[in-house]
Design a protein around this ligand. Structure first.
Ligand SMILES: N[C@@H](CCC(=O)N[C@@H](CS)C(=O)NCC(=O)O)C(=O)O
Length: 91
């Protein structure tokens, strides 16, 4: 576990950066559903961006983790929600 992720974090942790439409969409989806999340802003922060890439294997933002497992970005969390799987993962 990295310094930026702690056991007290909510189940959903999301790496983001400023001026990111997909990050805004993911944020809106989580807020609409009332899901608590922690945001790790990687803007101009090489250490956190490296951490994101190492943990997720992805280079785009957002990268979203649920219970420590990377589920992908906005497209993936929206697809999970459409399929009714997001609620199950968080129940
Ligand atoms: N399919 C991805 C797309 C994410 C994406 O393209 N994010 C942009 C920022 S809004 C990005 O990281 N662009 C930088 C790049 O493509 O290297 C998702 O749904 O999260």
């Amino acid at each position: 576990m990295t310094d930026d992720v702690t056991p007290d974090d909510p189940a959903v942790v999301m790496y983001t950066q400023v001026l990111c439409g997909f990050c805004a969409a993911a944020r809106a989806l989580l807020k609409k559903k009332g899901i608590a999340y922690k945001e790790i802003n990687v803007t101009l922060n090489a250490k956190l961006r490296r951490e994101m890439v190492e943990r997720s294997g992805g280079r785009t933002v957002p990268q979203i983790f649920i219970d420590g497992r990377c589920i992908g970005g906005y497209d993936e969390i929206a697809a999970l929600d459409d399929a009714g799987e997001l609620d199950k993962l968080l129940s």
